[in-house]
Design a protein around this ligand. Structure first.
Ligand code: 5AD
Ligand code: FES
Length: 336
């Protein structure tokens, strides 16, 4: 697909043909089974001040929490009991947890629960990433948020686009399965920028690509901004599937939060992953990057039931394996 075709797919009035083709490529490349990743939001403490995010450090309205290492383990064990074979540990970006403690937690989870572990804990040093990998982390999620370095600088005043790219390259070098992605509908973001984002995803040869609509948070400087749309987000999902072929693409919580059918629709135009929340209910209301987040009152078992019903209603199945990258197998081997 050319850059011009991507821009066309993001802007022309009707894209039913693109949605249908993305659904076909999804089936051909990654199959009908939907992979589940149980999401543990273990701390909302954050040292950064991103303009879009409700967890930004300047937001005094948030009650901050950090689960203990033991509590994170128990949450993971509960998720494993619910049948999840792949867990995501996510938090704000902070140094509240010594890396050595996280490493011991990872070793215990790997030893006792035998699940795939994805970390989503932000920018770290190369040495820290190396320790986390050695302790058993399989995957890492770090969205680049936008490939426009100007927009990035405007929205993430205390971060650097180049440093984030450096982190992604380290993660790849260290052998993580790497996920990245963007928000769709950021203030000042153009379709051309989203086309650039998709090209960058392709160049980075990502294993996983997570995107969602930008949803303005009233407790942030972007409170008055316009929300991203589900339509544009679905177009991006479909085009990412067509361009990157065999990547894992989640139907994200943000999609489900702006539209009741958001995740279902994403699963029908390219997505093949769901990330059910397994965070203990009492913490959920405090982990709101954006308003209107779904599942705030639900228990892990509620989301498990809801998700299996959703997958069944789409005529799809739930994958029984850990859902590793479909790329690592072929990595280093000759292309065929
Ligand atoms: N709306 C939608 N997504 C958001 N994120 C952060 N804030 C918002 C918001 N207001 C996304 C970012 C981040 C991920 C964990 O959540 O892309 O990487
Ligand atoms: Fe949580 Fe549907 S995924 S209730």
């Amino acid at each position: 697909m050319t850059y011009a075709q991507i821009v066309d797919g993001l802007t022309r009035p009707d894209v039913q043909d693109i949605f249908a083709e993305a659904d076909r490529v999804r089936r051909e490349q990654v199959g009908d089974a939907v992979h589940l990743r149980g999401l543990i939001e273990f701390s909302n403490v954050c040292g950064r001040d991103c303009f879009y995010c409700g967890l930004r450090r300047s937001n005094r309205a948030v009650e901050r929490y950090s689960m203990s290492i033991d509590e994170i383990y128990e949450t993971a064990a509960n998720a494993a009991r619910l049948g999840y074979k792949s867990l995501v540990l996510q938090s704000g970006e902070s140094s509240a947890y010594p890396v050595a403690d996280v490493c011991r937690l990872l070793e215990r989870i790997k030893r006792e629960l035998k699940v795939a572990i994805t970390l989503s804990i932000g920018e770290k040093t190369r040495e820290e990433y190396a320790s986390l990998k050695a302790a058993g982390a399989d995957r890492y999620l770090l969205r680049f948020e936008t490939s426009s370095s100007r927009l990035f600088a405007e929205l993430k005043p205390d971060s650097s686009f180049d440093e984030r790219m450096q982190c992604l390259l380290w993660l790849k070098e260290l052998g993580f399965q790497v996920g990245s992605g963007i928000m769709v509908g950021l203030p000042g973001q153009t379709p051309e920028m989203i086309a650039d984002d998709i090209m960058l995803m392709k160049i980075l040869d990502l294993d996983m690509i997570g995107i969602g609509p930008f949803i303005p948070n009233p407790q942030t400087p972007l409170e008055g901004a316009v929300s991203g749309t589900l339509d544009m987000t679905l177009r991006a999902v479909a085009l990412i599937r067509l361009v990157t072929r065999n990547t894992h693409i989640p139907a994200t919580t943000a999609m489900g939060s702006i539209d009741k059918q958001g995740r279902q629709r994403a699963l029908r135009c390219g997505a093949n992953v769901l990330m059910p929340n397994v965070t203990p209910t009492r913490y959920r209301e405090h982990y709101q990057l954006y308003p209107g987040k779904i599942c705030i009152q639900d228990k892990p078992a509620d989301c498990a039931l809801c998700i299996s019903g959703m997958v069944a209603s789409l005529g799809r199945s739930i994958a029984q394996d850990a859902g590793h990258s479909l790329k690592s197998v072929g990595r280093g081997a000759s292309a065929s």
